[in-house]
Design a protein around this ligand. Structure first.
Ligand code: DGY
Length: 320
């Protein structure tokens, strides 16, 4: 049987490539970098399916070039890189990878929370620089975590997993979303509050919302001003959920105590001033970056792609 013609826009863990290679003639971007726009437009032509990433901007122009392609299988849960309406118009299926990255992403939000609250990065730099001259009663005091109030914005899979992991720390959990979630409350014991109450009362605010017009700059100057001077903001969702310029100002002026960011408004660029601050910890969008999770994401995407090519409905199809 003839194999399907599939393009992979960037190297992903090998098990997914092996699976695809059983059924497809694969061309893979050999370089570990995002394709240029011109390359993407050229590479999608004449294919049956595309395995793609959140760094590929998929819009009407790409779908026009991709005539005949049945599916773009996105190796990510977030799909703000895709114009879903345009894909549907072109009769192209789009799939994502929900569920498999939930725990890893929630773990990373905790890693950032601990790192900022207990000044781990500052402590590491200080010690390596030979500045540690002995134990000090006021040396690098941080924020206590146990017993504090956790504010979770976004009560979906990742927000729920994040809050569930707070159990060992005897925390009070407040959450906010567009509506109450019984599932969130059952899993975490959290209390639903409006956004303002959450921002005012939480010691740690963690963001777990998808990027949409309604969540763009969900946190900006007014929200940062509502937060406690001792509070910490964690973002592992999407960069534009936070107005990064406003955050830099709030961190410079000590409106809040610190922030942990895995995502940025204009990735990979950082807002001016951000990298100079000691009260922020910055990571390069690695919340799902464990071998296990990235392998499972790529396998899920590969299975979606193969299902579409077989004429089946891919399990994680976003526009059935
Ligand atoms: C996603 O899947 O949307 C993450 O941002 C990358 O793992």
């Amino acid at each position: 049987m003839a194999k399907w013609n599939v393009y992979v826009t960037r190297l992903v863990p090998q098990p997914a490539l092996d699976l695809l290679a059983e059924y497809c003639d694969l061309e893979i971007n050999p370089e570990d970098r995002v394709l240029t726009r011109a390359e993407l437009l050229e590479k999608v032509r004449g294919r049956d399916g595309i395995l793609c990433l959140l760094t590929d901007i998929l819009d009407d122009e790409v779908f026009t070039a991709a005539k005949g392609v049945k599916i773009f299988a996105n190796v990510a849960v977030g799909f703000n890189n895709v114009d879903l309406e345009a894909a549907t118009r072109h009769g192209i299926m789009i799939s994502n990878t929900p569920g498999v990255l939930t725990e890893a992403t929630a773990d990373m939000a905790w890693a950032l929370l601990f790192t900022v609250a207990r000044r781990v990065v500052e402590g590491d730099k200080f010690t390596r620089a030979g500045k540690y001259k002995g134990w000090g009663p006021l040396l690098m005091l941080g924020q206590e975590i146990t017993g504090k109030t956790l504010g979770v914005i976004g009560a979906g899979r990742i927000g729920t997993a994040f809050a569930r992991k707070a159990k060992g720390f005897d925390m009070k959990i407040l959450y906010h979303d567009v509506q109450r979630s019984e599932a969130f409350e059952a899993a975490t014991g959290g209390t639903y509050v409006d956004k303002e109450t959450l921002l005012k009362e939480a010691d740690f605010v963690s963001l777990h919302v998808p990027l949409m017009p309604s969540t763009t700059h969900l946190i900006s100057t007014p929200e940062l001003k509502l937060m406690k001077k001792t509070s910490i903001l964690i973002n592992t969702s999407r960069g534009p959920v936070v107005d990064e310029k406003a955050l830099v100002k709030a961190l410079q002026e000590k409106e809040i105590w610190g922030a942990g960011l895995d995502v940025f408004e204009n990735e990979p660029e950082l807002a001016p001033g951000l990298a100079e601050l000691d009260n922020v910890v910055l990571c390069p969008h690695i919340a799902s970056a464990t071998w296990e999770t990235r392998t499972n994401m790529a396998l899920m995407a590969a299975n979606n792609l193969l299902a579409a090519l077989r004429g089946e409905l891919p399990p994680q199809c976003l526009n059935p």
